[in-house]
Design a protein around this ligand. Structure first.
Ligand SMILES: [Cu+2]
Length: 324
């Protein structure tokens, strides 16, 4: 029996490989809703860290209209990197440039959650068996991401080659957020004490908080200002008007396990109907939830923090400032 299993195992592996390679070609049969043409650059910061920045972002809609949304982004690099927002049915062609002045090593983009073919894996040939899928100085690399049905969620993109050809340098700042909104435009939320659905279009602000070691790294996407992105850097004060629907995206990075807690607010745990106010966040696990700012509690500086005592003591905290 064991011998038979051993003889069949390579065949099963081959079939599995064929199936896996076959599926990305079928990810999006029809023309994409929007095609995002994004140019990103990886650079080094004076702090010794590294970061991504957007050079340009154009969106070509299915009807052929093209819009330039580059002004949404900070003109400077940031940690976390720019938040890329797509909708199920969209495709992104992301070109990465190596703009790191103190190194000629390859830098890449490896994305989570969405579909891509093996040549958009963002790893070296030693890992993917196909090609060195990274940008070298003067030699950009283009990746194709497909936000196929079923990929809605908050995901990570990060370097997978720089400094360490197997792992990359995500822990040195080369990471960012991909938000894929559902095609039907609705997300679950608890509003006025009831579990309901809200329109993504009614979300006024997105607060992205990455939990790394003993620090929150933040970014706001302000939907009131057409998706304007404001890098918030470390342990930021977040701001909203009372009653605004805001969405938090809390993501873990590195090796530590955290417990994210927000004072005065409750939310629906992602993928469940549980009402919670604290959630465990491990490396690359995430929680995305909508709250109505100050609901039932009013304005104030509502503290948020990691509830792991050593992390709190090291300053892993900030405020969610709700104004009338
Ligand atoms: Cu923590």
């Amino acid at each position: 029996m064991n011998k038979l299993v051993h003889r069949l195992a390579p065949l099963a592996g081959l079939i599995a490989a064929c199936l896996a390679l076959g599926s990305p070609t079928a990810v999006l049969a029809e023309e994409p809703v929007n095609t995002h043409q994004i140019v990103l650059k990886a650079v080094n910061l004076p702090s010794g860290q590294y970061a991504y920045q957007v050079v340009s972002h154009k969106i070509r809609a299915r009807n052929g209209e093209t819009s330039d949304v580059t002004s949404r982004y900070s003109p400077k690099p940031s940690i976390p990197g720019p938040a890329i927002v797509m909708t199920e049915g969209d495709v992104a062609e992301v070109t990465l440039e190596q703009g790191i002045s103190n190194s000629n090593q390859p830098v890449s983009l490896h994305v989570h959650g969405v579909h891509y073919k093996i040549d958009s894996d963002g790893t070296m040939k030693s890992l993917n068996g196909v090609a060195d899928e990274a940008a070298f100085p003067g030699k950009p690399y283009t990746y194709r991401w497909v936000a196929a049905p079923g990929t809605a969620g908050t995901w990570m993109y990060h370097d997978h080659t720089f400094l360490n050809p197997m792992l990359g340098a995500e822990d040195k700042g080369l990471f960012g957020t991909l938000i894929v909104n559902p095609a039907d435009g609705k997300v679950k939320a608890m509003i006025d004490g009831k579990i309901t659905e809200v329109d993504v279009a009614d979300i006024k602000r997105e607060f992205i908080l990455w939990m790394h070691e003993t620090t929150f790294w933040g970014m706001e996407v302000n939907n009131i200002l057409g998706g304007k992105q404001v890098p918030l850097w470390t342990n930021p004060t977040l701001g909203a008007r009372q009653g605004e629907k805001v969405r938090f995206h809390v993501i873990g990075l590195g090796t530590a396990f955290h417990t994210f807690h927000l004072h005065g607010h409750r939310w629906i745990e992602s993928g469940t109907t549980s009402v919670i106010d604290t959630v465990n966040i491990g490396p690359i696990s995430r929680q995305s939830f909508v709250v109505q700012a100050g609901e039932g509690v009013g304005p104030g500086d509502w503290h948020y923090h990691c509830h792991v005592l050593q992390h709190m003591q090291a300053g892993m905290m900030g405020d969610f400032r709700v104004v009338p």
